[in-house]
Design a protein around this ligand. Structure first.
Ligand code: FAD
Length: 458
């Protein structure tokens, strides 16, 4: 039997190989290393992941697999997050911590929130987009001053441009009691959607997959350049030509389609899928961390910094003793193109973290590195489902089997494993965040590999 070919050695590709069997699969990866987005870099004694990565999975199966992969050497703790707003530190989520919002904005937010809930109780408002959702959830004053600005920084587009089906439990929808109490003092209970997190003690987040990467059959520096779905043949940048019978693609869907013999209307649909990119500014400083929270959301629209984490607060092994690794995320996309040079952004970010008190001054810097990450977050704009439908329908002519939930933003694994659409006989299978164009976390990528194996071999 010929081997299953997997494109990409990120977590989705590694999980597929682990579950199907290493000897049954060959992986082709463009980089000289495995891990994709969970790759970890080591520099000057600091450990930097590709953006802050923690495991908050509820899946017992994934928890156990990850723990096994690091011989149970993980740290587990409650997550601590905070928000920076014009010189104020507001506990997360800000909507239920109005006590820390400066006056007169604090009172205006509460009054407007109470009025909007009162009005909503008389009439059902139709929610057409994320802006409507935010206004209904928090009142327009809070939504405009906080959520809209953060959406434009993180999602890189206006909330009107986003759908709402991805929101789910990710954004805390407070009740009147919680907002009213949080107006007076901190709430007694944690309301972030992530509460307990696990992180490998040593070696960064990639430690969760390092054993898999060692055992998998990976051809590195093999970037797919051309794929003929008609002839089931691929050409790689290093000159390799490879036929396939069964292909699992974990590479970004737009790349797969644009490298292929798909007709122009399918390529056009792939062009219209939007994803953000993130510039990571990694600042190594010769002083201990100045905060205690695992990560910080920055609301100020005049700052590039969007989310910040101090790496040694994920694990003390992530930085030399008494030093801090400050990682700042800055987002761009088709909607918000990069207009400054990377050096300009680096300089601006350094000034911002000095202003926020995270870096004591430029003289404390050991080194600053910037890393551009092309594929970061799928943007759930109103075009997504329509374009996916066009692409997936066409891909069925070259071996893809449609799945009942393939347009959904996420996967309900309980449903999926319970009554799975069998992939038996599928020649083309998509797996992972950018291949399926879903809001996938690392646990989803692992579970997808398990589900694929059960669907093709079960
Ligand atoms: C900033 C940020 C923070 C995140 N934080 C968390 C978190 O805290 N917890 C969590 O669970 N998840 C988090 N995630 C999500 C998580 O990183 C992803 O869900 C997961 O890593 C995606 O894995 P993947 O295998 O689907 O894709 P990828 O990791 O992108 O893997 C795809 C692979 O394909 C390769 N490839 C691409 N093009 C080609 C080509 N042409 N030829 C050959 N190979 C190619 C790539 O090099 C890569 O190795 C975060 C994501 C981001 C961006």
């Amino acid at each position: 039997m010929s081997k299953t070919i997997i494109l990409g050695a990120g977590l989705a590709g590694l999980s597929a190989a682990y579950h199907i069997g290493y000897d049954q699969c060959k992986i082709f990866e463009k980089n000289s290393y495995a891990g994709g987005h969970i790759h970890t870099e080591f520099t000057n004694g600091f450990t930097f992941d590709e953006g802050p990565h923690v495991s908050f999975t509820k899946s017992k199966y994934v928890k156990e697999l990850f723990a096994q992969n690091i011989d149970e050497a993980f740290l587990e703790y409650p997550v601590k997050t905070t928000n920076y707003y014009k010189g104020n530190w507001i506990p997360h989520p800000a909507q239920s911590n109005l006590h820390a919002v400066p006056e007169p904005l604090r009172t205006r937010c509460l009054e407007n929130f109470l009025n909007s809930r009162e009005a909503a109780s008389h009439k059902d408002k139709v929610i057409l987009n994320y802006a409507d959702w935010l206004n209904a959830a928090f009142g327009e004053i809070f939504a405009n001053e906080f959520s809209r600005k953060y959406t434009e920084k993180y999602w890189t587009t206006h909330p009107e441009n986003l759908s709402t089906n991805w929101v789910g439990g990710r954004i805390f929808y407070p009740n009147i009691k919680e907002v009213s109490e949080g107006f007076l003092k901190p709430l007694s209970q944690e309301t972030h959607y992530v509460t307990e997190i696990r992180y490998p003690k040593e070696g960064g987040y990639f430690s969760y997959a390092r054993k898999w990467a060692k055992k998998a059959n990976i051809h590195f520096e093999s970037e797919l350049k051309i794929i003929s779905f008609m002839n089931r043949e691929m050409v790689f940048a290093n000159g390799l030509v490879k036929k396939y019978d069964q292909l699992i693609s974990t590479i970004p869907l737009p790349i797969l389609i644009k490298s292929s013999d798909a007709p122009s209307n399918i390529k056009e649909a792939a062009d219209n899928l939007n994803c953000s990119s993130v510039l990571l500014v990694n600042v190594m400083a010769d002083h201990p961390t100045q905060r205690t929270e695992n990560w910080i959301y920055v609301y100020d629209e005049d700052k590039f910094s969007t989310r910040i984490n101090c790496t040694e607060l994920l694990s003390p092994f992530n930085a030399p003793i008494n030093q801090t690794g400050i990682q700042v995320e800055v987002y761009f996309s088709f909607y918000k193109p990069l207009k400054n040079s990377i050096d300009e952004i680096k300089d601006a970010v350094i000034n911002e973290i000095i202003e926020m008190g995270l870096l004591k001054g430029k003289e404390w810097i050991v080194e600053v590195q910037a890393k551009w990450v092309q594929w970061a977050n799928i943007i759930f704009d109103h075009h997504r489902e329509k374009n996916l439908e066009i692409i997936f329908n066409w891909l069925t002519s070259v071996g893809l089997k449609r799945e009942a939930d393939d347009l959904e933003h996420a996967t309900n694994w309980e449903n999926k494993f319970g009554k799975h659409d069998s992939l038996k006989g599928a020649d083309l299978i998509l797996s992972g965040r950018f291949a399926q164009w879903k809001y996938y976390w690392t646990d989803d990528c692992v579970l997808r590999g398990k589900w694929i194996n059960e669907s093709i071999n079960g």
